[in-house]
Design a protein around this ligand. Structure first.
Ligand code: GLA
Length: 411
């Protein structure tokens, strides 16, 4: 589902989203019947993807993040079984056909592909004391572009947890679903992610972003009131290649730098320091690169706090300026952008009517997020799209997005 330059009008998209949800229920139930034989008694569910507005690479540094759930995400159809079998089918990976596993055989297997995500969550429920009592048939269909950094995997984790709670009556909150999703991604899938993505998907609220302090999981919902402007996501279509190893490398650079600074001051994490305090203690970090990583963690956290304050004061211009500064910090100090994301952002900054633009998510490919005035959206897509294709050699995709709710049963 990608829009090309010119036809991505905000109003039309809102219409499409509504129509899509309706058709989606029919489509996935029909497919479930075809694939598993009988859709009688099966239920349809949805969990959203997310976009982070600001606060990048702060969630594993005890800082603040400011993501919101999207109206795009992953739909699922599920039905309990009498035996212990698990049967999986994804409409996004139809060529893989039905993939089978069982409750007695929950281990990560490379060749099991995407099914490692739902399997991981079922495994994690067991580890947390919620033993899943019987198998199920599960069909998924996502409308988040794959590998785009809009958290398709977190949406699958939260969706699976939500389904397990609904089918088996486990007493877990939505916040627990986020924590179990992260636990499974860390310990089953071996990706050392923070809590932001699963939290945004599980706790999303229509029209609001979530101002989350990852040091203690306290949070508040902040309304995103954009007058005559929209959130536009530009997808670089760059494959994320080495992203996971680079991600883990950044994490360990921050941890090593933290241990060095903890020699001279008693802090728990980078979120504890103001910019001034960081400048005072930074000489304890014994390596220049590590010092830049830590600087980003501290400054980005403070920027996120300021950005939310700006939004509360209805100062969207200042919010946009802080988004731009966030990108520069991710480009030069954290070094997680790359030519594709930098081109999208730098071209965005040239367009009249762009309030702010930055990379979003882990980086190294994936997407940028921009706030664009309504009457500039067509020009934005046209100009940024053209310049990107000229420089990079292939096209970007653009999405005018809406902020949606967390997981739900699709009625
Ligand atoms: C990925 C991770 C998140 C977060 C972001 C960067 O999306 O899953 O936990 O660290 O990168 O902000």
């Amino acid at each position: 589902m990608a829009w090309n330059a010119g036809i991505c009008l905000a109003g039309r998209q809102a219409e499409r989203n509504g129509v899509m949800a309706e058709n989606m229920k029919e489509t996935v139930l029909k497919k479930f019947g075809e694939v598993f034989g009988d859709a009688e008694g099966a239920k349809v569910y949805f969990a959203p993807g997310r976009v982070n507005m600001i606060g990048e690479h702060t969630d594993y540094n005890g800082g603040h993040v400011f993501p919101c759930a999207l109206t795009i995400g992953t739909y699922g159809v599920a039905k309990k079984r009498e035996d212990n079998k698990l049967r999986f089918y994804s409409m996004n990976f139809g060529h893989l056909g039905v993939m089978e596993s069982s409750l007695e055989d929950l281990k990560m297997e490379k060749e099991a592909g995407w099914t490692n995500y739902p399997k991981g969550v079922i495994w994690a429920f067991g580890k947390k004391g919620y033993e899943v009592p019987s198998g199920m048939d599960l069909l998924l269909n996502g409308n988040i572009p794959n590998g785009s950094g809009l958290s398709s995997s977190a949406s699958v984790e939260v969706l699976t947890g939500y389904i397990l709670r609904d089918l088996f009556g486990f007493d877990v909150s939505n916040q627990d679903l986020a924590l179990i999703g992260q636990y499974s991604e860390n310990n089953f899938n071996g990706v050392n992610c923070g809590i932001m993505d699963q939290f945004a998907s599980a706790m999303g609220k229509k029209g609001h972003a979530i101002f989350l302090d990852t040091a203690d999981l306290s949070f508040e919902y902040a309304p995103i009131k954009l007058e005559n402007a929209k959130i536009v996501i530009s997808c670089s279509n760059k494959k994320r290649g080495l992203a996971d190893s680079k991600y883990n490398e950044r994490r360990s650079e921050c941890e090593t730098a933290l241990a060095e600074v903890q020699e001279v001051v008693g802090i728990n994490n980078w979120g504890d320091l103001t910019e001034e305090q960081f400048e005072q203690y930074k000489s304890a970090i014994k390596d220049e690169v590590r010092a830049k990583r830590a600087k980003h963690a501290v400054y980005e956290n403070q920027r996120t706090i300021k950005a939310v304050e700006a939004l509360k004061n209805n100062d969207v211009e200042l919010f946009g300026k802080l988004m731009n500064e966030s990108h520069i910090s991710l480009q030069y100090d954290y070094e997680v952008t790359g030519v594709e994301l930098d081109t999208l952002v730098e071209e965005a900054w040239k367009v009249d009517g762009v309030i702010g633009s930055r990379m979003t998510g882990a980086g190294f490919g994936g997407c940028t997020v921009s706030i664009v005035k309504d009457d500039a959206i067509d020009a934005f897509i046209e100009q940024v799209g053209r310049a990107y294709k000229e420089k990079i050699g292939y096209a970007a995709d653009f999405y005018v997005v809406e902020i949606g709710d967390g997981p739900s049963v699709v009625e």
